[in-house]
Design a protein around this ligand. Structure first.
Ligand SMILES: [Ca+2]
Ligand SMILES: [Ca+2]
Length: 416
């Protein structure tokens, strides 16, 4: 495989190649978590790189935020070292990088880390299998992709920016055509997209809802094989800063969050999110389980639990912010079987108490954001991730089916 680069990386300590500096100017609506997500760094690293910011919940438009180097995870020592040496190699030459790519080790994540700003400028490179378009890509090639997707039933702005909507449309297209729904434009998908776009427009009505409306809609995986589902979810995890643990029987958790008003259902919450468990067994067979879940607090606990994030003397309800975490099993005297984060987490806070978490306010939740059983028609969550008793029994049984799960990566994604 030949890999071309548009800009050589000269300094590994910066997050960008080319002319961009390693800072981010805050725009309206930005939050530290959003900036961390967009730049593929952990929130913790981002906060630590900005000691001048006394309160991460108070950032102002126009303010410059220092971006740390890309997050290196230690979830898998082999991956981490390969990743690191490959990263260093990329500084020197692209050929080594290409070899690293070909070695198929976490290839997508690796590719992004090796070439954070790699941008194929036209689809010929994709057609020739020399490059792929992934989320974060920009430019005319992306614009062409968006046009092709629109001809196949999507309704995207052709802005040349490969963001979540383009990714969702691409995944929906791939899913509807029986391709691996990885959300990455490779030569196989491109060939299909270009084959007969107008003839396939009639299929758009039956395409998954993710195709044209990605906002807050859980992906329909009912037509996927287990392998397709695994690859799809594994990709979502990696695209959102997590890392798949592929060691035999090691569980991986993912939650897809649909935004929910805390006042829904008379303040008792709704199981409208999805928890997913993925693992490969010792034979390499892939396993996927999906559970109806909840990832947000319900208003019944308003003013009773929470931290006062804005200092007005009232407790603010919190929900775990989107990101990657590590959990392990434990026991609670009141809740029974639970999973707890291994480190303190930060929660998004509802400081104006309207049931929505768009206040751009944060406060630590310590290790209180558990995974536990809720009730049948009451999610019983003051911020925890909960499932109905039946779903939770299934979850717990799957979690422990191969012995103690140990430390488990948990990636939470907002579907918006
Ligand atoms: Ca929800
Ligand atoms: Ca609010």
């Amino acid at each position: 495989m030949t890999v071309t680069r548009t800009t050589p990386t000269t300094n590994r300590s910066t997050t960008s190649t080319g002319n961009e500096s390693a800072t981010h100017t805050v725009a309206k609506g930005d939050t530290m978590s959003k900036i961390a997500n967009q730049n593929n760094v952990s929130l913790k690293d981002l906060i630590e790189s900005n000691p001048q910011i006394k309160d991460p919940s108070l950032i102002k438009p126009g303010q410059d935020i220092n971006l740390p180097a890309k997050t290196q995870t230690s979830a898998n020592a082999t991956h981490a070292s390969t990743h690191e040496s490959a990263g260093a190699a990329s500084v020197a030459n692209a050929e080594t990088a290409a070899n690293a790519l070909a070695s198929n080790i976490a290839s997508d994540a690796l590719r992004r880390n090796l070439m954070p700003n790699y941008q194929p400028q036209n689809l010929d490179e994709v057609r020739a299998s020399n490059a792929q378009l992934i989320k974060g890509s920009r430019g005319p090639a992306v614009e062409k992709l968006q046009t092709l997707l629109n001809k196949n039933g999507a309704n995207l702005a052709t802005d040349g920016i490969f963001g979540p909507k383009t990714e969702a449309a691409l995944m929906g297209y791939q899913q509807s055509r029986g391709l691996t729904a990885a959300g990455i434009l490779d030569s196989g998908t491109l060939k299909k997209l270009e084959a007969n776009p107008s003839a396939s427009e009639e299929n758009s009505a039956t395409a998954p809802r993710t195709t044209s409306s990605s906002k807050g809609v859980l992906p329909n995986t009912s037509e996927m094989t287990t392998d397709q589902k695994f690859d799809y979810y594994a990709n979502v995890i990696e695209q959102n800063g997590g890392r798949i643990n592929n060691k035999p029987d090691k569980r991986n958790l993912l939650a897809l969050r649909v935004e929910t008003d805390a006042d829904i259902n008379g303040g008792k919450g709704a199981y409208d999110d999805r928890m997913v468990m993925l693992w490969q067994d010792e034979n390499g067979t892939k396993h996927v389980r999906e559970y109806k879940a909840n990832t947000e607090p319900s208003a019944q606990y308003r003013n009773r639990y929470g931290e006062d994030a804005d200092g007005d003397g009232k407790k603010d309800q919190g929900r775990l912010m989107a990101g990657s975490y590590e959990y392990q099993i434990g026991h609670s005297s009141t809740l029974g079987k639970v999973m707890r984060p291994t480190e303190s987490t930060i929660a998004e806070r509802d400081t104006n108490h309207d049931g929505l978490f768009n206040d751009n306010a944060f406060a630590s939740a310590g290790k209180s954001m558990l995974i536990h059983s809720g009730g049948t028609s009451n999610t019983g969550s003051a911020g925890c991730q909960t499932m109905s008793p039946g779903e939770y029994d299934r979850f717990w049984s799957d979690l422990n089916a191969s012995g103690g799960p140990g430390k488990v990566g948990y990636t939470l994604v907002n579907l918006d």
